[in-house]
Design a protein around this ligand. Structure first.
Ligand SMILES: Cc1ncc(COP(=O)(O)O)c(C=O)c1O
Length: 231
């Protein structure tokens, strides 16, 4: 990355925890190194937290897991409206100096309904007890996923992600695994690097998490059976 940054580089944009790419979490060390590189070269650091932000990882912003690291620009959406379409571009005072009133027009930008919804959503997301809950339930998931990995090493090869942005890297095709989960009435997403991704609601109960794990276990059984039949 150092080699790729030159005098014409305006910014570096990364997801602190990659979503579609396969639930891959950047280490604290990497985030710190990125901040340092940007500071040294006068490059803007942009974090895309559209998927990993707003409580998803158990902190309001995923970058908060890296002590002292702050972006110059932050992209937010998804949970910002709790289902209602709204996104936001947040900047430091310095990076946003050029964004004066009227310099960035948008038909629906700042509309009162979206702003009221985002405010209500932010009020819920900013509650410390919700973040405690995310950490508790995601801790349970991690422990259970590691159990699945131990019991089904022929199906689950890696556990990834952070908080409730969770990924299982598979040895069997992820699309087929999604169908096995769907057969159990569990909807999960795909992801890069042959992963399946789980991003349940942040208010998921432990009871519901247990049910999801049990359905995933059935999906692992089905994936194993299919691989054996094909061998
Ligand atoms: C990390 C990330 N960035 C950007 C986007 C696109 O966001 P939007 O649809 O709000 O433009 C997505 C959508 O899935 C995403 O996951």
């Amino acid at each position: 990355l150092k080699g790729a940054v030159g005098p014409t580089t305006a910014a570096i944009i990364v997801e602190p925890v990659q979503g579609e790419g396969g639930a891959r979490s950047l280490s604290e060390q990497s985030l710190k190194a990125l901040r340092q590189l940007c500071d040294e070269t006068g490059t803007l650091l942009i974090f895309d937290e559209i998927q990993c932000g707003l409580g998803r990882t158990g902190k309001l912003f995923a970058y908060e897991w890296a002590d002292g690291v702050k972006p110059d620009i932050l992209a937010l959406a998804k949970a910002l409206g709790g289902g209602f379409p709204v996104g936001a571009c947040v900047t430091s005072a310095e990076a946003g100096a050029g964004m004066t009133v009227g310099s960035h027009g948008s038909t629906y930008g700042g509309n009162p309904l979206a702003m009221a919804v985002a405010l209500a959503s932010m009020e819920e997301l900013a509650k410390p007890e919700l973040m405690d809950h995310v950490r508790e339930v995601s801790g349970y998931f991690t422990q259970q996923f590691n159990g699945l990995k131990d019991r089904y090493p022929d199906v689950v090869v890696d556990i990834r992600g952070k908080g409730m942005l969770m990924g299982l890297k598979l040895a069997t095709p992820n699309r087929e695994f999604m169908q096995h989960a769907r057969d159990q009435h569990l909807l999960i997403a795909g992801g890069g690097d042959n992963c399946v991704r789980l991003l349940p609601p942040l208010n998921l109960t432990l009871e519901e998490a247990r049910e999801a794990v049990s359905k995933l276990e059935q999906a692992c059984e089905a994936a194993r059976a299919k691989a054996k039949a094909a061998a």
